[in-house]
Write a protein that binds this ligand. Sequence first.
Ligand SMILES: [Zn+2]
Length: 304
Amino acid sequence: MQLTSFLHSTALFVCAVSLLSTAAHAEDADGKLRIIVFGAHPDDAQYTSGGTAAKWAKLGHHVKLVSVTNGDIGHWQSAGGPLAQRRLAEVKKADAIVGAETQVMDIHDGELVPTLENRQKIIRAIREWRADIVIAHRPWDYHPDHRYVGVLVQDAAFMVTVPYICSDVPPLKKNPLFLYSSDGFQKPYPFKADIAVSVDDVFDQKLTAIHEMPSQHYEGGASGSEEHVAKVPPASDEAARKAWLRERWERRQGGEAKRSRDALIKYYGPEKGAVVKFAEAFEICEYGRQPTVEEITVLFPFFP
Ligand SMILES: [Zn+2]
């Protein structure tokens, strides 16, 4: 490359970077929080964090729900591009109800590995969102894609602040708060609810969002079957379907409230914390910012 063209392309690059950072600062200037939630498949982020996302969005904060794979083997009856497109359409509908933005990365379902290339994708996604809070699976989950999302996000923590990696996207000035979403796995250590959010007030909204992903519950996703579909009320009986879904999610989110009661009492006080019915809980990852209780109440501005 000749020196003049090198200087020209360098100037263009610097210009593009400064434009990007100006745009990012303009977004930051609204004073609202920016949250990015990673799940492995187009439904995970909605399942783990959809209620809390709705609460942030209601207050004008910016939430993005990301699926790191495209979900293209997540059904017992269909696969490939058409399934990926169907699932993208499902999460877009669900996220619109929650008030969040959608991103689905074009990586095959069941094939996610913690490569350098994928680490760089995660670093860029966190930086481009200018995230204050990052949520992901723990790396101790049953599904390899879930585990590797946990590993990739851990590997991106701290690196998001280092200027000369992925230098095409401006680094974050502050390491975000990195959180794990909840799971029931016990080894090597069980999930610890450091923060628990009551989703009682947005439970119906979360259900309405989840209802928009029929491939994964009414049809059973990768674990579905004709027998499963026969047990679920048909699409023609929407009220019965929603009741079926409600029963399952009351159990799931109710169990999460019981298991995270101590954290609910810590943040809502003994009276309110004791009667929360449905919760979403999060564990603080050691690799990100370590917030004080006061900082947590700023980042989760719905505690009383
Ligand atoms: Zn999943």
